[in-house]
Ligand binder design. Structure first.
Ligand SMILES: Cc1cc2nc3c(=O)[nH]c(=O)nc-3n(C[C@H](O)[C@H](O)[C@H](O)COP(=O)(O)OP(=O)(O)OC[C@H]3O[C@@H](n4cnc5c(N)ncnc54)[C@H](O)[C@@H]3O)c2cc1C
Length: 492
């Protein structure tokens, strides 16, 4: 049986603790702040379970009696398998037009790539690699939805983790015994954690040797006592209707501070233990960091395709498509969306062999990320320019259609080059929710920061680029001429 939506919704009934609006909530599938997006997550599993999507979305786990799970868990051994997997990830992203940044395939990609490098975990700590591999098998076989927190709370960035005012600001090991470790403190930001099954906790940033208690990696279900999710404001809950907020009402994946109030984690879920070197190496000496962000680029390619579609529909509605300058702007947008799509194909084509696995090229991935960080705000600004005041010149909410006085004005003023007044209102409300609403603004923040601040992302491009080849070209040119012999003495 392939995991479906009902199964996922049932799995969230685990007594989890979500702090929002001054209360402690336990049932995201029922709560007005989360219930629609939780159903969107369920819809992803229904999509993979639909008989017509079975082969596209799932693969058979070898040796498991025909068990099929999402292709996100597949460890590709060839270019063809990598592409097959990408097609599944693309189809899933199309369900939410790329608006779920932490859809289940994101952290599944991270964990799968860590599992490819399980030997490294073992080298750094006896039993840790075996625990990681067993956890990967468990998460894959149960097709778990994982979220992760890998960044320390922002606090004072001029200080190292261990120098903050409260030594337990950042989640760290506060105790351990033969049963496992106990974690106290916080991590930012558990996107999608409210509707995930498990949370992976790690440190993406370097941890100082003296701060080893912060250098751990572990995983735990969201439900246990002591694990608390402090949610930001819900855009879903403040959406007045689906018509007025078509996507924030259903795709607000949530972000939450994850607080560990002395949470015990058993040893078989601890993959890095008090080890600053491995804490860093797990992301960069295995394919984990690049593979999770490769998933992000597949998702972004879908989101940009959607946004470019919004741009074109706006110009059709206001009758500007054929203005030469507007065509030029649409052409630029098309090339922006095409560039990210091309990057995805390029990183696959330039892929490399990691043991038996075939993976996307890291330098191409990081090049794409650096470009994408600046590209997203630029695309949003360009669509705002194309839209003019159309996204603002709108009735307050769908109820205005029921008021004869308001409706008469809507029908007179909401004219467009294509479609009736209701269609115009519908499109512009969708456009606003996609690029201008509070939900859309959070998305701009997400696309700029989800993989780290700019200096962090550019450092990966710097680290992985083939400088030897670039400098080799320069050296070849330099080697082709000399200061004329007659002048050499003068120069010395
Ligand atoms: C919407 C959203 C969702 C997220 N979801 C997740 C998630 O699911 N899991 C997770 O683990 N994390 C998540 N994050 C956290 C994300 O990884 C961080 O925002 C990101 O790593 C940047 O860290 P920061 O926000 O603390 O910014 P900071 O590191 O504080 O940087 C903020 C700014 O300060 C300046 N700055 C800071 N340090 C330096 C420096 N050393 N040199 C120069 N300039 C500097 C730069 O201008 C930088 O842009 C999410 C973030 C957002 C916004």
């Amino acid at each position: 049986m392939i995991k479906d939506g009902a199964q996922h919704l049932r799995s969230l009934d685990d007594g989890r603790s979500i702090l929002i609006n001054g209360r402690r909530e336990t049932a995201p599938a029922e709560h007005p702040a989360f219930r629609n997006v939780t159903r969107t997550a369920a819809a992803l599993y229904d999509f993979q379970a639909a008989p017509e999507n079975r082969d596209l979305m799932t693969f058979e786990v070898p040796g498991k009696g025909g068990l099929r799970v999402n292709r996100a868990w597949q460890l590709p051994r060839s270019y063809a398998e990598l592409v097959e997997r990408r097609k599944a990830l693309t189809a899933w992203a199309e369900v939410h037009c790329g608006y779920l940044g932490r859809s289940p395939d994101h952290v599944a990609s991270c964990l799968s790539a860590m599992a490819m490098g399980a030997d490294l975990f073992e080298t750094h700590g006896e039993g840790r690699g075996a625990a990681l591999k067993a956890y990967y098998d468990h998460a894959r076989d149960n097709d778990l939805y994982l979220a992760y927190v890998i960044i320390d709370p922002q606090a004072d960035r001029s200080k190292a983790t261990g120098e903050q005012k409260d030594e337990y600001l950042t989640a760290s090991i506060c105790d351990e015994d033969s049963g496992g470790i106990t974690i106290r403190g916080a991590k930012m930001l558990g996107t999608s954690a409210i509707m995930a099954n498990d949370i992976l906790i790690a440190s993406l940033r370097p941890v100082r040797e003296g701060d080893a208690k912060y250098a751990f990696t572990a995983s735990i279900p969201i439900g246990p006592k002591g694990l608390k999710l402090l949610s930001r404001r819900s855009y879903e809950q403040s959406a007045t209707s689906r018509f007025d907020y078509p996507i924030s009402s259903i795709w607000d994946e949530n972000d939450a501070i994850v607080y560990f109030d002395d949470v015990k984690i058993p040893w078989d879920r601890v993959f890095v233990h008090r080890n600053p070197k491995m804490s860093l190496a797990q992301f960069h000496d295995t394919p984990a960091h690049s593979y999770q962000n490769y998933q992000s680029m597949i998702r972004l390619a879908v989101k940009l395709r959607y946004l470019v579609g919004i741009a074109h529909r706006i110009t059709e509605t206001i009758g500007t498509t054929d203005f030469p300058q507007v065509k030029e702007t649409l052409g630029e947008l098309a090339s922006d969306a095409g560039m990210i799509d091309a990057y995805v194909h390029a990183m696959e084509a330039k892929g490399y062999q990691y043991g038996p696995y075939y993976l996307p090229d890291k330098a191409t991935l990081y090049s794409a990320q650096v470009k994408a960080q600046k590209l997203y705000p630029k695309v949003i600004e360009t669509i705002r320019e194309l839209a003019g005041g159309g996204m603002i010149m709108l009735p307050s909410c769908e109820a205005d259609f029921a008021n004869p006085e308001a409706r008469a004005i809507i029908e007179k003023t909401m004219l467009s080059a294509s479609g009736d007044p209701a269609a115009r209102v519908k499109l512009f409300k969708l456009a606003w929710d996609s690029i201008g609403s509070e939900f859309a603004s959070r998305h701009a923040q997400y696309e700029i920061f989800y993989s780290g601040a700019r200096h962090f992302v550019t450092s990966h491009a710097y680290r992985t680029y083939d400088w030897a080849s670039a400098k080799g070209l320069v050296d070849r040119v330099l080697g082709g001429y000399e200061l004329p012999a007659a002048l050499k003495g003068a120069a010395e």
